[in-house]
Design a protein around this ligand. Structure first.
Ligand SMILES: [Zn+2]
Length: 430
């Protein structure tokens, strides 16, 4: 399933201060490090990191800042739907409603439109096998019966003669934005595309996904733009196991997912969605799962997961590009997610991420099956990308007991690998 072992890009490197210490930390995993030592070391390293960041900020003042927020959207994204289930939730209206709301709210005219393009076989093959790409291409000429037959080989997918071309276009859309952002032509961007991608694997469709848009983009950024450290943030309510599989052995891509888990009883029902899945081999410590054990998680819970885990680790990792698997099935009202996060919360989460990687952030639409909630969540993210101030959250409140339990478990699993988490000794004080 994972064919990434030979794909670590040349020149990729670990977080600068992790090379010698990390292996030491791994050895110490079972014999917990002395808290005092760890704290002192964390302080020393943080001092160094702050010096480097100050220098970097001073350097960046000399360069003109990138401006503009790019939108990739094409009417072609609404060209396919499930032929044998007219009420299928992965429907064209998912994207048309987002763009419709952007227009009525005056956001569309503030974006710079970037043309969609199809990802090439070479680009897709950085994550997917050639055989799989060819099989997917062959579905363009299949009858409905044949399409049904191929769909049945996978979990939770349907095929359509136009799906392959749309999937190539969805993957290529993120690449277009990566180009613009990495060359400073644009400040940031958002691909309002379908099909989604974060469940797609090297040689498997899964969960409405054909190609892993964000994973392909991470590899492209490394190959095409020499990016050494990519952060992928996945706030879709489902665990993006496809992204995890692609990079779990690779320290050059840090994957963070916060998702509904409920001890594996929620789809995709995989134990690897749990907090104990921290990556393996050289990628150990670079896979972060925050699994919610209940539905109904609120703004304060999502913000706590970001503040307590993602942001400290991200500042230590120092990504050069942030990619977001932006699913809005975690917004209140989604029939699958059953969470209670407000649309405005995604404005705050986006805003937090914009402080990383000199603002180089690209969002790619993933799930979201309540059309109104998906559009509101997406528009909230747009407002932050466009530079609007963060909205007032009605009840950010303190994180719930359940959220604290999930967050603590994740910190416990990850603190041997990150100085910023080691400061807490694997425990949290709120
Ligand atoms: Zn989802």
């Amino acid at each position: 399933m994972d064919s990434t072992s030979d794909r670590t890009p040349k020149g990729s490197q670990r977080s600068p201060k992790k090379t010698p210490q990390s292996s030491g930390k791994r050895e110490k995993r079972n014999q917990k490090p002395n808290l005092h030592e760890v704290k002192n070391k964390g302080r020393r390293d943080r001092g160094k990191a702050e010096e480097e960041m100050t220098k970097k900020n001073m350097d960046s003042h000399e360069k003109p800042k990138a401006v503009g927020t790019g939108l990739v959207y094409s009417e072609l994204f609404s060209r396919y739907r499930c032929l044998w289930d007219s009420s299928h939730p992965e429907c064209p209206e998912r994207v048309t409603t987002v763009v419709g709301m952007m227009e009525t709210e005056g956001l569309l005219s503030r974006c710079l439109q970037v043309e969609a393009r199809a990802a090439s076989d070479d680009e897709l093959s950085q994550v997917h096998t050639r055989e799989y790409i060819d099989l997917m291409r062959s579905t363009e000429k299949m009858t409905e019966e044949e399409l049904k037959c191929v769909s049945d080989r996978y979990d939770s997918v349907y095929l359509h003669p136009d799906l392959f071309s749309c999937a190539c276009l969805a993957a290529g859309s993120v690449l277009q934005l990566v180009d613009k952002v990495m060359t400073s032509e644009l400040r940031n961007g958002f691909a309002v595309s379908r099909p989604p991608g974060h469940h797609a694997q090297a040689e498997q469709m899964n969960g409405y996904c054909m190609f892993n848009n964000v994973a392909v983009a991470a590899r492209y950024a490394q190959k095409q733009h020499g990016v050494q450290r990519v952060l992928i943030v996945d706030w879709d309510v489902h665990h993006g196991q496809g992204i995890q599989y692609a990079f779990q052995e690779d320290p050059s891509v840090l994957y963070f997912s916060v998702h509904r888990y409920e001890e594996g009883s929620f789809w995709p029902h995989l134990p690897e969605g749990d907090s104990s899945a921290v990556g393996s081999g050289p990628g150990e410590g670079y896979n972060i799962n925050v699994p919610w054990i209940k539905t109904g998680m609120e703004d304060g819970d999502y913000i706590a997961a970001f503040q307590r885990i993602l942001m400290p680790v991200a500042y230590e990792f120092q990504p050069q590009l942030v990619l977001v698997a932006a699913g809005f099935d975690s917004v209140a009202g989604d029939p699958k997610g059953e969470m209670c996060a407000s649309p405005q919360c995604f404005s705050v989460l986006t805003h937090m991420l914009m402080g990383l990687a000199e603002g180089r952030i690209v969002l790619s639409l993933e799930g979201g099956y309540n059309l109104q909630a998906t559009a509101e969540g997406a528009c909230s993210s747009w407002r932050s990308l466009l530079g609007d101030p963060c909205p007032h959250l009605n009840s950010p409140g303190a994180p719930s007991e359940s959220a604290l339990t999930s967050i603590s478990k994740t910190v416990s699993a990850l603190y041997p690998f990150w100085d910023q988490l080691a400061d807490s000794g694997g425990r949290l004080s709120f």
